[in-house]
Design a protein around this ligand. Structure first.
Ligand code: HEM
Length: 525
């Protein structure tokens, strides 16, 4: 019934590391040696001048970049055992402080929320939404205003009142029922398949309907391309990405520079798609009728241009932030949920019983059923905790000097927040490497809210995810409907390991399942 995580998580080699192993021209080797010596001299000087935090020895030029391996969050957790929960590494030319463990991370993000609310001045961040992305800009008065507008817009279209709540719910139910149909179609003639693409389209359609009032077919070619770009984006901006910490790699041909060029292109193409959609909205904009989130943002930012520091490009960037953040994350959660469901048939049977007894067989699950399905919620929380599929947040930076755990961190330091270490912290989790949804239920089968609050997947503090509530609603409803309608069986030829690819999100490596229909709704009851 339980899955042990140790040794089960594997990883597909990151494209940077894989490509880096190629040959470079001798002249470049000479430049490399020169730079290495220069950096060594600077390093010795800095070492004598700076008050350093604990941390591993950092090699000149590359620092600790190649010590992080293919799963940086695991390497960070191992280093914490040796150097404590606050330590410093060096990545290329950047000093990076890594925060680990529940206590330290909450102390930093909640008690010192403003000090840790910055974003580093990374080269890649300047290319996201022409440098106007709320997600990737540093802490400032303008950023606070930008974030407030984005948050208020999300609330207005998901939870502001019973009418918006119902409309949002109906949109999700529509996507989930279409998803069921497609999964069953793909399972025809006993076929096994990877559900990744269908889950991505379902999640993407929910956020596209909110932003543009439009959804796409599962085979739409233009949409497929956009989804692919969002996926590639996440592969480049995760912690441990070399493009930002070794800017000198951009000065001569090498695989990292190629990856960076590709990153710029995909950002331009993705932003062009968003701009085009927002421009269509501007053409037909009517201040009396707010059709969707694009209209709402146009109504606030475009219409107040001149009175506010935000421009029309910020309008487009806000929409890009929502679409970019809302697609890959929710679909990855669903991808892990189905993998773990198929991997644990005995848990799946229990979940079916819970759903049937809360909902019956004459209607589909709704949000109101949530309180009667504690075990379903527990399964979702345990999946988030166990996989920690956003293992490290988007990099933070300090906005002023700050002390954490009695250790001094200067202003403008890059900070990595290791969420995986919170979710596997042995101080708060019993057997953290065991998959056990029941850990979230008390003796009466009621969901333990204190424990669910300990799961960290949406970060905390001033940079906490602004889509957390809509993500939770979406994940619960889609998952509950899939459970109500289908049984998922794993392909017997596969070992169903928890191998994954590393990026901003950890994605399961392709796996195959089959969906079986659990029977027509009995409308006569
Ligand atoms: C399961 C789904 C999701 C997960 C696990 C997730 C997780 C995260 C994490 C870890 C961050 C970074 C926080 C930090 O840097 O400390 C973040 C930021 C963000 N998320 Fe989400 N997210 C999810 C869904 C969504 C959705 C559906 C939306 C929008 C509609 C969204 C919008 C954002 C935005 C705009 C930010 C940037 C916040 C800022 O920099 O101030 N997310 N999310």
């Amino acid at each position: 019934m339980m899955t042990h995580l140790n040794g089960e998580f594997g990883v597909k080699t990151s494209s940077i590391v894989r490509e880096w192993s190629g040959q470079v021209h001798p002249a470049l080797v000479a430049s490399f040696v020169f730079l290495f010596c220069l950096e060594a001299c600077l390093w010795v000087r800095n070492f004598q001048l700076k008050r350093r935090l604990p941390g591993p020895f950092a090699w000149p030029l590359v620092g600790n970049a190649f010590q992080l391996g293919q799963m940086p969050h695991i390497a960070f957790t191992k280093l914490a055992k040796k150097y404590g929960n606050v330590y410093q590494i060096r990545l290329g030319c950047s000093d990076v402080v890594v925060l680990n463990g529940d206590k330290v991370i909450r102390q930093a993000l909640i008690q010192h929320s403003t000090e840790f609310a910055g974003r580093p001045n990374f080269a890649s961040f300047q290319f996201v939404a022409e440098g106007k992305s709320m997600t990737f800009t540093n802490y400032s008065r303008q950023w606070r205003m930008h974030r407030k507008i984005a948050q208020t817009t999300i609330r207005a279209f998901s939870s502001a009142n019973s009418q918006t709540k119902k409309a949002f719910e109906q949109q999700i139910v529509g996507e989930a029922t279409e998803l069921v149909e497609i999964l069953l179609k793909l399972s025809a003639q006993e076929k096994y398949f990877d559900p990744a693409h269908e889950l991505t389209v379902a999640a993407a359609n929910v956020i596209c309907a909110l932003c543009f009032g439009k959804r796409y077919g599962h085979d739409d070619v233009e949409f497929r391309e956009i989804l692919h770009k969002v996926h590639q984006f996440g592969q480049t901006v995760g912690a441990g990405s070399l493009v930002d910490v070794m800017p000198w790699l951009q000065t001569f041909p090498n695989p990292v520079r190629s990856i960076f060029k590709k990153f710029k292109c995909l950002n331009e193409e993705f932003f062009a798609f968003i701009k085009n959609k927002v421009e269509e909205h501007r053409q037909s904009f009517d201040p009396q009728v707010t059709r969707d989130m694009s209209d709402a943002i146009i109504g606030v930012i475009d219409m107040a241009e001149g009175d506010m520091e935000l421009t029309r490009t910020h309008t487009e960037a806000t929409v890009a932030d929502m679409i970019g953040a809302g697609m890959d994350t929710v679909s990855t959660a669903l991808h892990w949920l189905i993998l773990l469901l198929a991997k644990h048939p005995e848990i799946q049977t229990k979940l079916h019983k819970v759903v049937d007894s809360a909902v019956g067989r004459n209607r589909l699950p709704s949000l109101e059923d949530r309180t009667h399905m504690a075990y379903v919620e527990a399964f979702i929380y345990e999946t988030m905790r166990f996989t920690s599929f956003v293992p490290v947040t988007i990099p933070h930076s300090t906005t002023s000097d700050v002390t954490v755990n009695d250790l001094y961190i200067p202003k403008d330091t890059v900070v990595f927040i290791n969420q995986w270490s919170v979710n596997h912290d042995p101080v708060i989790w019993k057997d953290p490497h065991t998959f056990n949804p029941s850990r979230f239920l008390d003796d009466n089968g009621v969901l333990d809210k204190d424990l669910t609050n300990n799961v960290m997947i949406f970060s905390a503090g001033k940079r906490r995810c602004i889509g957390d509530q809509i993500a939770k609603v979406e994940i619960f409803l889609i998952f509950a409907i899939l459970l109500h309608q289908c049984t998922f069986e794993k392909c017997p030829d596969e070992d169903f390991s928890l191998n994954c690819t590393y990026g901003l999100v950890l994605k399961p490596l392709g796996y195959k399942i089959r969906a079986r229909f659990r029977g027509e709704l009995d409308k006569s009851q």
